[in-house]
Design a protein around this ligand. Structure first.
Ligand code: ASP
Ligand code: MG
Length: 589
C-alpha cells in the first residue's frame, strides 16, 4: 500500500478546530487507500512561548534543557491529534521523536538526523493505524532529547517520507504554495505549479522562506516528491521534484534579502591562502558569508568583499579586522544598509543574456548595482536597501514571472531519482551528511578584468549589452565596489572569444573612463557541486584550504546553495582539481 506523509505546521494546528480539520484530511487520505503518517508541529506560537519562558529563568539556558523544553510543544499537538482522529472513529497512535526511532547527533537545538527506524512505523501502519509523528525532535545515541532547529518539522516530515519510501510528502501550511516571489512585496507574483529541488534551495537561501532548507536537501538526496499546499483549501499547491516548472524559461523566481551588510577587507596582498585566511576567520565565528567577491588590483593587492546577514555584521567585522591584521591588509570597510536581489532558474545555465537582462531592468530604474555574483542557476546583486523592493519588482517584471507557464512547457513529473542509495548511505555517518556529487575542471574559459571603472547605475547593463551584441556568451561574473566610488568587474568568456571580448571591453573602458581591461587566456574554472553545501558551510573553507596548501592562488569565487565555483590560473588547473578531489574523497559520491 502506498504511504503518504502529511505535515501540518503550527498555524495549521493552532486550535482544536484546526486540529480536527487536519485530522479529517488525514482520514480522507486513508479512505483513498493510503497508509498515512502525520507530522505535526507545536500549536501556534508554542515554541516561541517556551523559549520566552526559559529566558525568564535565565538568559542562557543550557542547550540540552532547552531541547527538553521545546520538544514538549510537539508532544502536546501529537497527543491531541491522535485524540482527534480517535474521536472521528479511526485508529491512531502518537509517537515522540525517540519512539519514532529518529536518532540524531548531539548538537542540541540544531541536531542532524542520522537514522530512522522505519520498521516500527511500518508495523503500526500495517495494523491500520494513522501514525502521528512529533516533528522537530529526535534522540541522540545517549537518549538525550534533541531538536532539529527552528522550523525543523519540515525536515522530520521529509525524512520520514524518505525512510518509508512514501509516494509523496505533503506540507500543509498557511500559504497556497511557492510563489515566483513574495506576493506581499510584489502583488503580481504567481504561484508556481512546480519547482525543482535546486531552484527551491537557491530561492530559500536568497530570502524566500517557505520551507526548512534542510528538508529540501533531504528530499533531493532521497528523491521525495514534496507538495506544498494550503491547509485551508483543496487547491493544488506547488510540487517540488527534480524537474523545473518550465523547460523553456530561464528564470523561475526572484527573491529579496532586505537586511544584508557588506564587509570588505581592503588592500590584501594577493597571494595564495588569502581567501582561506579570511574565510576561516569568519567561519570560526559561525557567520555565514554569502556573496564573496574579489576585486583584482593592479598593484598586487586585492579587496575582498562579502555579504552577511545584517545582524551578524558585528561578528563578521571583527573577523575581517583580525584577518586584515594577520594578512597585512590596509584595513576594512563595511556598509550596513544593503539588500540582495537574486534570480534563480535551472534554465539560465543554457540561455545567454540572462544576467544582462537583470542588470538592464535595474539600470532602467536608475538603481546602482554595488555587487554582482553569478553561479550556474542563480544571479545575485547588491543594491542600497531603500531600492531593494523596487529592484525586485523590476526584475520580476523583466522576466515576466507573473505569466502562467503554458501546459505544453511543463515537463512530465516523473519520480525523482534519489542521490543516496542504500549502498552509499552505508558509507556515510548519517542521512544528513554532506555529499559532494560532482567536482569538475573547466579549461575552456578565459578571464576579463576591468578595474577602476566609475561606480554608476547602468554600467554593468551597458557592458554586458555590448558584450552580448558582439556575440560573446559570458559565463561567470563578479563585481564589487572599490574605494572612492570605483568598481571592478571580472568575468569569464570562452577562450575563442577572448580577443573579441577584450576589444569590446577596451572600447567600454575608454568610453566610461576606466583603466584598460586585463585579459587572461589561460584560466581554469573549478566547480564543486553537492547537497548540503550551505548547511555544511565547511565546503568552501575546505576548498580554499586545499588550494592554499598547494600554493594555488584564487582569482574568482562564486558560491551558491548547490555549487561552489573557483577560478584559478590555468597552469594550476589540473593540480587544483586533484587537490579538491583528494580533499572531498570521504564524502564524494
Ligand atoms: N515548532 C518548531 C518551531 O516552531 C518546529 C516547527 O514548527 O517546524 O520551530
Ligand atoms: Mg513553526
Amino acid at each position: 500500500m502506498a504511504i503518504l506523509v502529511q505535515k501540518f505546521g503550527g498555524t495549521s494546528v493552532a486550535d482544536a478546530e484546526k486540529i480536527l480539520a487536519a485530522a479529517r484530511r488525514a482520514i480522507r487520505a486513508k479512505n483513498q487507500g493510503y497508509q498515512v503518517v502525520m507530522v505535526v508541529s507545536a500549536m501556534g506560537h508554542t515554541t516561541d512561548e517556551l523559549i520566552a519562558l526559559a529566558k525568564q529563568i535565565t538568559e542562557h539556558p543550557p542547550a540540552r534543557e532547552l531541547d527538553m523544553l521545546m520538544a514538549t510543544g510537539e508532544q502536546v499537538s501529537v497527543a491531541l491529534m491522535a485524540m482527534a482522529i480517535n474521536s472521528l472513529g479511526h485508529d491512531a497512535i502518537s509517537l515522540a521523536g525517540a519512539q519514532l526511532g529518529i536518532v540524531t547527533d548531539s548538537t542540541f537545538t540544531k541536531a542532524r538526523i542520522r537514522s530512522i527506524d522505519a520498521e516500527r512505523i511500518r508495523q503500526l501502519l500495517n495494523q491500520g493505524k494513522i501514525v502521528i509523528a512529533a516533528g522537530f525532535q529526535g534522540v541522540d545515541p545517549a537518549f538525550n532529547i534533541t531538536t532539529l532547529g527552528r522550523g525543523g518539522s519540515d525536515t522530520t516530515a521529509v525524512a520520514l517520507a524518505a525512510a518509508l519510501q512514501a509516494e509523496f510528502c505533503e506540507i500543509y501550511t498557511d500559504v497556497d504554495g511557492v510563489y515566483t516571489t513574495d506576493p506581499r512585496i510584489v502583488p503580481e507574483a504567481r504561484q508556481l505549479k512546480r519547482i525543482s529541488y535546486d531552484e527551491m534551495l537557491e530561492l530559500a537561501s536568497a530570502g524566500a522562506a517557505v520551507m526548512h532548507n534542510r528538508s529540501i536537501e533531504f528530499a533531493k538526496r532521497f528523491g521525495v516528491p514534496v507538495h506544498v499546499r494550503s491547509s485551508f483549501s483543496d487547491r493544488p499547491g506547488t510540487l517540488i521534484t527534480s524537474e523545473p516548472e518550465s523547460v523553456a524559461r530561464p528564470v523561475c523566481g526572484a527573491a529579496l534579502a532586505r537586511n544584508e551588510a557588506r564587509v570588505t577587507v581592503l588592500g590584501v596582498p594577493d597571494r595564495p591562502g588569502m581567501v582561506y585566511a579570511i574565510f576561516s576567520k569568519v567561519a570560526a565565528r559561525n557567520v555565514a558569508m554569502d556573496m564573496i567577491v574579489q576585486n583584482m588590483a593592479a598593484d598586487g593587492r586585492a579587496d575582498v568583499s562579502f555579504t552577511v546577514p545584517r545582524d551578524e555584521l558585528a561578528h563578521a567585522l571583527r573577523a575581517a579586522e583580525e584577518a586584515a591584521r594577520e594578512l597585512g591588509a590596509e584595513g576594512t570597510s563595511y556598509e550596513d544598509d544593503v539588500a540582495k536581489v537574486s534570480i534563480v532558474g535551472l534554465g539560465m545555465a543554457n540561455q545567454p543574456g540572462v544576467a544582462q537582462k537583470m542588470f538592464s531592468a535595474v539600470a532602467e530604474k536608475g538603481i546602482n548595482i554595488e555587487m554582482i555574483s553569478t553561479s550556474q542557476i542563480k544571479i545575485s546583486i547588491v543594491v542600497e536597501r531603500q531600492y531593494g523592493v523596487e529592484a525586485l519588482r523590476a526584475v520580476h517584471q523583466a522576466f515576466a514571472l507573473h505569466e502562467e507557464v503554458p501546459e505544453g512547457e511543463l515537463p512530465p513529473a516523473g519520480k525523482p531519482r534519489p542521490i543516496l542509495t542504500p549502498e552509499i548511505l552505508e558509507r556515510l555517518r548519517g542521512m544528513e551528511d554532506l555529499v559532494i556529487e560532482d567536482i569538475r575542471l573547466d579549461e575552456t574559459q578565459s578571464r576579463v578584468t576591468l578595474v577602476d571603472i566609475p561606480d554608476r547605475p547602468g554600467l554593468a547593463a551597458k557592458l554586458f549589452g555590448q558584450v552580448a551584441r558582439a556575440g560573446v556568451n559570458v559565463d561567470m561574473i563578479v563585481q564589487s565596489v572599490g574605494r572612492e566610488g570605483r568598481a571592478s568587474i571580472t568575468f569569464t568568456v570562452p577562450r575563442g572569444d577572448l580577443e573579441r571580448c577584450l576589444q569590446v571591453a577596451r572600447d567600454f573602458a575608454r568610453e566610461v573612463g576606466g583603466a584598460p581591461p586585463i585579459g587572461s587566456w589561460n584560466v581554469a574554472k573549478l566547480m564543486v557541486a553537492g547537497t548540503g553545501m550551505r548547511s555544511h558551510s565547511d565546503v568552501a573553507r575546505r576548498s580554499f584550504k586545499a588550494l592554499a596548501e598547494k600554493g594555488i592562488n584564487v582569482d574568482m569565487i562564486s558560491t551558491s546553495e548547490v555549487c561552489l565555483n573557483i577560478v584559478v590560473d590555468g597552469a594550476r588547473g589540473q593540480e587544483a582539481y586533484q587537490a579538491l578531489e583528494q580533499e572531498f574523497a570521504d564524502v564524494r559520491l
